[in-house]
Design a protein around this ligand. Structure first.
Ligand SMILES: NC(=O)c1ccc[n+]([C@@H]2O[C@H](COP(=O)([O-])OP(=O)(O)OC[C@H]3O[C@@H](n4cnc5c(N)ncnc54)[C@H](OP(=O)(O)O)[C@@H]3O)[C@@H](O)[C@H]2O)c1
Length: 217
């Protein structure tokens, strides 16, 4: 049976990832902050827990051991390079052929060929400025984290999500290599379907070393 590690498992996206992985019959190693363990109570007895910060190499090395895939939520919390620390821990401690699936948003660009609407660019700039001023979130660190991943020779996929909403699944999102493609212009994805896309990417060889931008259709 396949074992996968979910890094950042207690968040909204993480809990959807756990459910989709269990639905596939996979074993799940879940990494989450100690104070967030109660959020995973409903999965008790069905997953293995690895409490700790997601950028802690010791926690990550134990959690990813023997896993065929790592599904990792990248979030640039605080000013201590949390997202790039998390990416580094996963890249450095996963086995050579482990599939690595990372989450981020449309604002990440692999080759700078994405075409963003002006209001999206404004929103990212304003949010990034306010969040950094408050020392709450460092959007630039998520860019650094993804640049580390893009430079890696491992079997990674960086899933770049549109705006998100809650609600029941409406099916697998559509994707494009670039934001600006009319195919993904709806710019709205159900969070559960974002997780579904990440889980389905595990066995999709066409998505290796690709950074799909996704949206509900
Ligand atoms: N929200 C959006 O509109 C949006 C749009 C596009 C893409 N995305 C991407 O989707 C992914 C997840 O987004 P989400 O909105 O669904 O969030 P989420 O799943 O709730 O994930 C938040 C994660 O951050 C952790 N976290 C929260 N506060 C923290 C802190 N102070 N220090 C360390 N970790 C902390 C949470 O852990 P705890 O459970 O321990 O709190 C959880 O693992 C991210 O990669 C994001 O870039 C989001």
């Amino acid at each position: 049976m396949e074992t996968v590690c979910i890094v950042g498992a207690s968040g909204k996206l993480g809990q959807y990832l756990i459910q989709h992985a269990l639905d596939k019959g996979w074993q799940v190693n879940a990494v989450c902050r100690s104070q967030s363990l109660p959020k995973l109570e409903r999965f008790k007895g069905r997953i293995s827990l690895f409490p700790g910060m997601t950028d802690d190499p010791e926690v990550i090395s134990r959690a990813v051991k023997g896993c065929s895939a790592v599904l990792c939520i990248l979030m640039p919390w605080g000013m201590q390079n949390y997202a790039s620390g998390t990416a580094n821990a996963v890249l450095n401690h996963s086995e050579p052929n482990t599939r690595l699936i990372f989450s981020c948003g449309w604002h990440i660009s692999r080759d700078r060929k994405d075409k963003y609407p002006w209001h999206f660019k404004t929103m990212v700039k304003v949010f990034g400025y306010i969040a950094k001023t408050l020392r709450w979130v460092d959007v630039e660190d998520q860019v650094t984290a993804c640049d580390l991943i893009f430079a890696s020779h491992k079997a990674w996929t960086v899933v770049r999500a549109s705006d998100l909403e809650e609600g029941a699944s409406v099916g697998l999102p559509v994707w494009s290599k670039h934001v600006g493609d009319p195919l993904i212009s709806r710019n709205l994805t159900r969070r559960t379907d974002f997780a579904l896309f990440m889980v389905e990417a595990v066995n999709n060889k066409q998505l290796i070393q690709v950074a799909p931008a996704i949206s509900g259709s």
